[in-house]
Design a protein around this ligand. Structure first.
Ligand code: GDP
Length: 265
């Protein structure tokens, strides 16, 4: 019920405004709430309205400039307006994930997806597999949204930022390794999903319930490994960028994420 309620509130808020939304997703414990809190705190000195606990209304912090305002001057009201965005925090718990994927079905205001991972958890098999499965499902949802689009132009591109968090921990993998490990693990998720489908298909012995395997296969067909670059075919760029929301005295560093968000605002 809380999910339904939230989804209702979100729809209402989204209908009332046209503020670009960044969907915040990722495994539980990766730092989504911490990032949402930081983003909101960053904005409290300026006018903003807080809607639901899970939706943060924010302004892109200085000195970042939204890509749409590169040619505007700072005094221009359109410049200030263009810095507004919503951050929609979603539960990372497996059973609640359908909530996040449901957003793709009607993503009018979803400008981009920020997938937060714990770069130290990624260094271990369990953490890596959890993140890879979740990211696989999100990318597959984006692919299916693209391939099932009615218009020949295709739907609006939705880029993905893999925000490799907790770089302050010395066990954290650097961003380039987070990328390589996730690509490898997603390749494995893809193969095991395909095998499960084939096994289920064989059990059904060619009935009408057969699943279209091609539609369930992420990225390029064939034997090759999965790479994020394959998502460009479906209008999705995937960038892996390191940062840390919280660390000792310095209070974290997520400038590179905000720079990425600015490019998509
Ligand atoms: P969520 O489940 O994705 O919302 O994750 P939270 O935001 O609740 O964060 C989970 C835990 O990770 C909390 O204890 C945070 O304090 C911690 N955390 C978040 N960001 C960082 C970070 O950059 N570095 C470190 N060391 N811990 C972090």
């Amino acid at each position: 019920l809380p999910i339904l309620l939230h989804s209702f509130l979100y729809r209402k808020a989204a209908a009332a405004t046209n503020i670009p939304t960044f969907l915040l997703v990722g495994p539980s414990g990766s730092g989504k709430t911490a990032f949402a809190t930081l983003t909101e705190r960053n904005t409290t000195t300026q006018t903003h309205t807080s809607t639901t606990p899970l939706t943060v209304s924010a302004l892109l912090p200085e000195p970042h400039v939204p890509a749409s305002s590169h040619y505007r001057s700072p005094g221009d009201p359109a410049f200030e307006r263009s810095r507004r965005f919503l951050l929609l925090d979603t539960p990372g718990h497996g059973k609640l994930r359908h909530f996040a994927t449901a957003q793709f079905v009607d993503p009018k205001n979803v400008r981009a997806i920020v997938f937060v991972v714990d770069a130290a958890a990624i260094a271990e098999e369990a953490g890596l597999n959890e993140a890879a499965e979740y990211l696989h499902d999100i990318l597959l949802a984006l692919q299916q949204r693209y391939t099932s689009a009615k218009s020949s132009k295709g739907p609006k591109d939705i880029p993905v930022l893999v925000a490799a968090n907790k770089m302050d921990l010395f066990t954290a993998l650097p961003a380039n390794l987070v990328k390589i490990q996730l690509e490898k693990a997603i390749s494995e998720v893809r193969s095991s999903r395909a095998k499960a489908l084939r096994d289920a298909g064989a059990a059904l012995s060619g009935g009408e319930d057969e699943v279209d395997e091609e539609k369930e296969w992420l990225g390029e067909g064939g034997e090759g490994a999965f790479e994020f670059a394959q998502m460009r075919e479906i209008g999705t760029t995937v960038d892996v960028v390191g940062g840390n929301v919280i660390s000792g005295k310095e209070g974290g560093d997520v400038a590179a994420w905000w720079a990425w968000m600015a490019e998509h605002l």
